[in-house]
Design a protein. Structure first.
Length: 149
């Protein structure tokens, strides 16, 4: 299996602190694994991520999916020259979760020069599918800062 990352030595350690002061930090998202063609994070099912009926909020699942897919896309390009931004996301919520953690695994379905499409599967601690999401990401040239501010 070939490595998809721009930096072939990309590892979990490089994600440390990435969620600081973001929605990911607020939701308790934690990076757990980087493989040759996937990236994985988990999120607690707790007071921050539940809806009023005590179930995992669908929006929290979408936030987890977009976080993992966007970071995955960013790690496949030269970040000195490009940024990855979400264009569209959809999600099918197929099962509920009431406690514990859910884990999302993102893999690219398409890695083009201007767009990428990522498949994100969110599962509970027993490996049961909770949510299936697809994220389309735009790859944009980084703006060049002005010479004279």
């Amino acid at each position: 299996m070939s490595v998809i990352w721009f930096d072939p030595s990309f590892s979990l350690a490089q994600l440390e602190g990435l969620e600081k002061h973001t929605m990911g930090e607020h939701l308790g998202i934690e990076w757990v694994e980087v493989g040759p063609d996937y990236i994985r994070a988990r999120m607690p099912v707790d007071h921050r991520t539940k809806q009023p009926h005590g179930l995992l909020h669908g929006g929290a699942s979408v936030a987890l999916a977009e976080t993992i897919g966007s970071v995955g896309a960013a790690m496949t390009v030269d970040q000195d020259k490009f940024i990855a931004v979400g264009l569209e996301i959809n999600a099918n919520h197929v099962r509920s979760a009431r406690s514990g953690f859910v884990t999302g695994t993102a893999r690219p379905l398409h890695k083009g020069s201007t767009t990428q499409v990522w498949d994100i599967r969110i599962e509970d601690e027993k490996g049961k599918l909770i949510c299936l999401s697809r994220l389309t990401v735009a790859i944009l040239k980084k703006p060049v800062p002005p010479l004279h501010p």
